[in-house]
Ligand binder design. Structure first.
Ligand code: NAD
Length: 305
């Protein structure tokens, strides 16, 4: 089985490519990535073939996907703040780029697994977030990820394409970059704590997130293509653990055995208040799944830093 991973040189993509490449029943793994936020170094020392280019390039996507039995579509312009700075760029990659990938898959009825985001729930306050809840995006990023999953499911309904759309929650783990303005909370906190700098918390820190270890995400995605799993509805990919940003900071301090200083800044526009997944649909599709607890995931993450 040959698998293409769009965004395969990024944080989740490179962890996934490594998982796929170490799997006996998977032949060739190709990462299609424009290296805008990803890096070739993330794939160093693996057998993964890196094709450098954009999912917006119709001919390139057609050529790369033609040799694949399955495509895992992760390429995106990520981050809420980035989308507030340039909404059109997020739309172009996350929505139009997804249609490009779907069109290439449609030619040979190639199985497609796509990454959506918990941010699509937006201002809906019900917890846990069940896939049947309405979606009310609070940012252009969230709207563009809703487009990613809507197109993915619409291609299944309209053309019979075998597809699966996951809503990732807050994924963390090795290879997640720190030290830039759009860094995610786990690497940003880890980097600050290791440098003895204050940890910046936006808002009161009582906002909650469902943190998911990247190794678990990679295993689910690999199993999804191996078993050719499809679903007509989006599926949450998280395990219903609700941890506040302040709790995360204190757990990290414990893991690193350091004292930390917390500095509060104004809450960020577009951020959701609480996030916790209902994992019923995920567990019904992937019965043998075991989640990595936050304590263990953080220990693995900091040892990579
Ligand atoms: P990332 O930035 O590390 O990965 C995205 C990858 O896509 C990068 O390697 C980037 O270079 C590549 N890319 C961007 N535009 C491209 C284009 N036009 N053509 C080809 N490649 C392009 O981010 P990530 O955290 O690994 O996110 C992977 C996916 O998961 C994204 O779709 C993101 O929206 C989704 N997601 C992530 C999280 C999370 O917590 N990390 C949460 C929800 C959803």
């Amino acid at each position: 089985m040959n698998v293409v991973v769009t965004g395969g040189a990024g944080f989740i993509g490179a962890n996934l490519c490594r998982e796929l490449a170490s799997h006996g029943s998977i032949g060739k793994v190709v990462a299609l990535d424009d290296l805008s936020t990803g890096s070739a170094a993330n794939l160093a020392g693996t057998d993964v073939e890196l094709v450098e280019g954009s999912i917006l390039d119709r001919d390139l996507v057609g050529d790369v996907v033609a040799g694949a039995d399955a495509v895992i579509h992760l390429a995106a312009r990520p981050s809420v703040p980035r989308s507030l700075a340039d909404p059109f760029a997020s739309h172009e990659v996350n929505a139009t780029g997804t249609v490009r990938v779907l069109e290439a898959c449609r030619r040979r009825n190639t199985h497609l697994v796509a990454a959506s985001s918990s941010s699509v729930y937006g201002s809906v306050t019900d917890l846990p977030k069940h896939e049947n809840l309405p979606t009310r995006p609070l940012s252009p990023y969230a709207a563009s990820k809703l487009a990613t999953e809507s197109y993915t499911l619409a291609y299944a309904a309209a053309f019979g394409l075998p597809t699966l759309a996951f809503r990732f929650f807050n994924v963390y783990g090795p290879l997640q970059p720190a030290g830039h303005a759009y860094a995610a909370v786990v690497p940003a906190f880890t980097d600050a704590a290791l440098r003895g700098r204050p940890l910046t918390v936006f808002g009161d820190g009582h906002q909650t997130r469902d943190f998911t270890y990247v190794g678990t995400v990679a295993r689910v995605l690999a199993e999804a293509v191996l078993r050719r799993v499809t679903c007509p509805n989006p599926v949450n990919l998280a395990f219903g653990t609700r941890v506040s940003v302040l709790e995360l900071a204190h757990q990290l301090a414990k893991t690193l055995e350091v004292t930390i200083e917390i500095r509060h800044e104004a809450a960020r526009r577009g951020d959701v208040r609480d996030s916790q997944a209902d994992d019923g649909a995920l567990r019904s599709l992937f019965a043998r799944l075991r989640a990595v607890p936050l304590e263990q995931g953080l220990a693995d993450t900091v040892s990579w830093f």
